[in-house]
Design a protein around this ligand. Structure first.
Ligand code: CUK
Ligand code: CUA
Ligand code: CA
Length: 643
């Protein structure tokens, strides 16, 4: 299959053809170990001649529509992953104002996440009560669906380092469950299903699919260390409600990003390492990698028929989805669509018709017809490669694609530091041979080296084509310098017209990879917690001793704690359970205990607890650390530890 060149587009900035094609040259193998890391890094400064065009636009005719006046609310919620900060953030869009940080895989000094007993139970602890992991790397946030659009119930986020998936309740914007997935490493892409593939009446999310990026020995217990040909990766299905792993599917090669079809029948992951290489050069040796499709109903049928295996002490059923075992389309569990060289990103178009894989090392995007893949599984399409309906050139380093709901796709070009807007149907026509189909609609320089991008409601049937956000990996000169570590630069782009218009820059703390932008009417957040949801809620304040264990049942009502003093003995194990009985919106209290390293907050009608050893005799004032009242400073009591 040949790659077709971009049609001439008089409005688009001129393109340096020789530079644009450098990755296609036969020299690629030669630069694999030396040249490519430099070529793929951000060493290239933005081309000076390209810049003034956009900067001039920015300086002279900036629309101000994104600015939200005091007292006004944003139109959209943005859910941002926090990368190696381990958290998730909530931004208002289009203002870009950060409203909340949701601690997930990190320890939060303000809220007590990772210190309270309740959060530790979600995070997982070792036998000594300490957190099992204290690091996390979140990449992808996606939300639950009903009828092909967001229903405002849950969001999920993956954690790459240790292979965990977390769920966030969108009524409280708090993490309520974390699952560690067995047999995986470098857990990267996730995507919820959009309806059930079997039961037609179930039109909401019931599964979350998880790709894993690094192949490992199975089981990873010290065997096969030096034989990477025996390493492999598994694709996982997690139950959206119980958060248990339902099943896994062994694949050839690795997985990167994940997408799901609107029919509910298919999930897919792009693969950059079908070679199963353990070294960089090996991972780039094949001309084509793949996008692997999973036939969800067939996999679940195979499991109910008992055609699965298990590994180690895990009970999760695993099916074999390798190509050798899936040669007959009519029984195949998987289909491997060949996609050029180390693709990154797979995105489902909001009309439900296409999956688009960005080429990364190939300057192309590959458009796969989803219905054709479903027909391949019925034996009606002879060759899986025939499901590709376009493979068109976009620019250097294509990574991720978003949509405006009007037939246009927007793809980030990491190396070109650009976003390219292109028309999908025209790209298909061009690929079929219509040389007049000018599929590139517009190009916009961004600052600099964009990774993910997403548009308002882009991942749903209700993609509205208003705002596009791009996460630039490098900010360089865009903000006041603050030493060697730079923030990243998130740019807000107006996509309501034919031309993209850069609206605003926002510095962000490293490193959001991905984000979604959801209409605000979809989310129905609560203002206070429900006391009944906390089995340990304190009804009556008291101190209970059982041997060396002391439980302090404490209530906070502004501006005081219910006990003026608490007396314990040196060596006691003390558990403080604190319920905030205030019912007033926004009335949060804190509990800070000097020298014992305790700090957490309780929101209205919420209960939390912390356990520590009273190993230091003396007087310790525990105080409210969250400004709550005119007498906030007076809101303090004594912990008296007897020698
Ligand atoms: S990955 Cu970071 S830019 Cu983890 Cu979604 Cu593509
Ligand atoms: Cu309670 Cu400050
Ligand atoms: Ca490869």
């Amino acid at each position: 299959m040949t790659v077709q060149a971009a049609p001439a587009d008089s409005d688009a900035p001129t393109v340096d053809r020789s530079r644009r094609h450098f990755l296609e040259t036969a020299g690629l193998a030669g630069v694999a170990t030396v040249g490519l890391p430099f070529a793929l890094s951000a060493c290239r400064q933005p081309d000076a001649p390209d810049m003034p065009q956009n900067l001039a636009t920015a300086a002279t005719s900036l629309p101000k529509r994104h600015e939200i006046s005091p007292g006004q609310l944003d139109e959209y919620y943005g859910l941002w992953s926090g990368g190696h900060s381990g958290e998730v953030r909530v931004l208002g869009m289009p203002s870009g104002r950060e409203i909340k940080r949701i601690p997930v895989f990190n320890r939060c000094a303000m809220s007590g996440w990772g210190q309270t007993n309740e959060s530790k139970a979600i995070l997982g602890t070792r036998a000594d009560g300490t957190m099992k992991y204290t690091t996390g790397d979140t990449h992808h946030v996606h939300a639950s669906y009903t009828d092909g659009t967001y229903d405002g119930k849950y969001a999920w986020v993956n954690e790459k380092i240790h292979g965990r998936i977390a769920r966030i309740r969108l009524d409280t914007f708090e993490c309520d469950k974390i699952t560690e997935i067995p047999h995986i490493q470098g857990f990267h892409g996730i995507f919820p299903d959009k309806r059930d593939p079997v039961k037609a009446e179930v039109n909401h999310t019931t599964r979350v699919f998880c790709g894993s990026e690094f192949a490992i020995p199975q089981p990873n217990d010290g065997r096969d260390l030096d034989d990477p040909t025996k390493y492999y990766s598994v694709f996982s299905c997690v139950d959206a409600e119980t958060m248990e792993v339902r099943w896994q599917c062994k694949v050839k090669g690795n997985m990167d990003l994940v997408a799901t079809s609107f029919s509910g029948k298919l999930a897919a992951a792009n693969q950059y390492n079908v070679e199963n290489g353990a070294m960089l050069a090996d991972m780039m040796s094949a001309e084509r990698d793949a996008c692997v499709f999973f036939n969800v109903a067939r996999i679940e049928q195979a499991i109910s028929d008992g055609r699965f295996y298990t590994l180690s002490d895990s009970k999760v059923p695993i099916v074999d989805g390798t190509p050798e075992k899936n040669t007959d389309p009519k029984t195949a569990l998987t289909a491997y669509v060949p996609v050029p060289k180390n693709p990154h990103g797979v995105n489902a178009s909001p009309d439900g018709k296409y999956f688009i894989c960005a080429g990364k090392l190939s300057p192309t995007a590959t458009v796969i017809d989803v219905a054709a893949v479903e027909r391949w599984f019925e034996g009606e399409v002879p060759e899986i490669a025939q499901t590709i309906v376009a493979e068109v050139e976009l620019g250097l380093g294509p990574l991720h694609t978003a949509f405006d709901g009007r037939g246009n796709a927007f793809t980030t070009l990491f190396l070109d530091s650009q976003i390219v807007k292109w028309n999908v149907e025209k790209a298909i026509a061009f690929y079929k041979g219509d040389n007049n189909a000018a599929y590139v609609v517009d190009r916009l320089d961004v600052m600099y080296q964009p990774g993910h991008l997403n548009a308002s409601m882009s991942e749903t049937r209700e993609a509205d084509g208003k705002w596009l956000i791009t996460g630039c990996k490098f900010s360089k000169d865009r903000f006041l310098p603050v030493g060697p570590l730079h923030p990243e630069n998130e740019q807000i782009i107006d996509i309501s017209g034919e031309k993209m218009q850069l609206i605003a820059d926002h510095p962000v703390w490293p490193e959001p990879h991905d984000f979604i932008v959801m209409r605000r009417d979809i989310v129905k957040p609560r203002q206070i917690y429900d006391l009944a949801e906390f089995p340990n809620a304190v009804k009556e304040s008291r101190v209970v001793r059982e041997g060396r264990k002391v439980t302090v049942h404490l209530i906070s009502v502004a501006p005081s704690f219910s006990l003026p003093e608490v007396r314990v003995k040196k060596g006691d194990e003390v558990t403080v359970i604190l319920t905030n009985m205030d019912k007033v919106e926004d009335l949060t209290h804190g509990f800070a205990l000097p020298k014992y390293d305790v700090n957490f907050i309780v929101n209205p009608q919420e209960t939390k607890s912390v356990t520590f050893k009273a190993d230091k005799p003396g007087v310790y004032w525990f105080y409210c650390s969250h400004f709550c009242h005119a007498l906030h400073l007076e809101m303090r009591s004594r912990l008296l530890v007897e020698a």
